[in-house]
Ligand binder design. Sequence first.
Ligand code: AFP
Length: 326
Amino acid sequence: MTDVRTDLSAHLSATGVEGDLAELLLKIAASCVDIRKVVSGGALAGALGASGNVNVQDEEQKKLDVISNDILTDNLLALPLVAGVASEEMDNCQPAKHDGGKFLVLFDPLDGSSNIDINAPVGTIFSVLAAPSGEITDAAFLQDGRKQLAAGYVLYGGQTMLVLTTGSGVAGFTLSLDGQWLLTHADIKISPDTKEFAINMSNQRHWAEGVQTYVAGCLQGAEGGRGKNFNMRWVAAMVADVHRIMMRGGVFLYPWDKREPNKPGKLRLMYEGNPMSFLVEQAGGKSTTDGRNAILDVTPTQLHQRVPVILGSANEIEEIAACCGV
Ligand code: AFP
């Protein structure tokens, strides 16, 4: 039987995304198919284990971090439309060798890399900006999140899914066995209410009081002031945790904590915070630093800047804001 579903290319053109931006998004999606192949190969593809290097975040790079980074960097810089790329895995941006590129692309090539060796979900996150005129340096990438032209993620899970926004809603595509991105989730909306929260509980002693209060309320369940029982999930790959929230609601917190005052959070503004916030807001959710202030309004000052993240179902984010007194 012929599958009559819309593919990514047809969806982009039906939603008015044509020409150069469509070409770029198709190239990003194709690069993620290449990454999927290496992820699926695992030990057979020589993709497991450490690379022996440490990245600019002082984190041990996995082989798959490096392989995924190379795939995206090589594929995108070969495209005349791309003026430069920046990645969580590279110290500085890489400008293209050609002139005339009109887009900058930022990415976390393999999010959740601690999941690689245990065959648990991982993902790729990307953000597209307009290239300013002139030389492409790190400063060219430091644009407000609201200036993103497109953002998305690919989840390498039981199914491989691309979830994308170009600023008019969020659409989800599933990779078919014959390598096509087919529209399976048109107009994704995050339910405003939830009974599910995601946070790394092992950090509890480091959290600020407001987050302590919020989580304590969830744990008290029906016997506490919230009057309902909560469930907790933590995949340790933001892509997978955000995807669950896209599908059935929930909140995700990687809040400020007092361990390292110079690092206001663990997650990176340019590769995780901004693209996920664009997607979450476009799906009707909220994405904030503290329950109130939008991540998309944070002014970037450094390529590898960190940011506290509290995002998800809109009404539940209001509950968190109330607990945090903001
Ligand atoms: P890695 O890609 O370095 O594994 O980090 C993943 C991540 O940035 C994000 O995807 C997770 O939500 C978060 O870190 C998990 O952090 P913990 O290991 O501290 O729970």
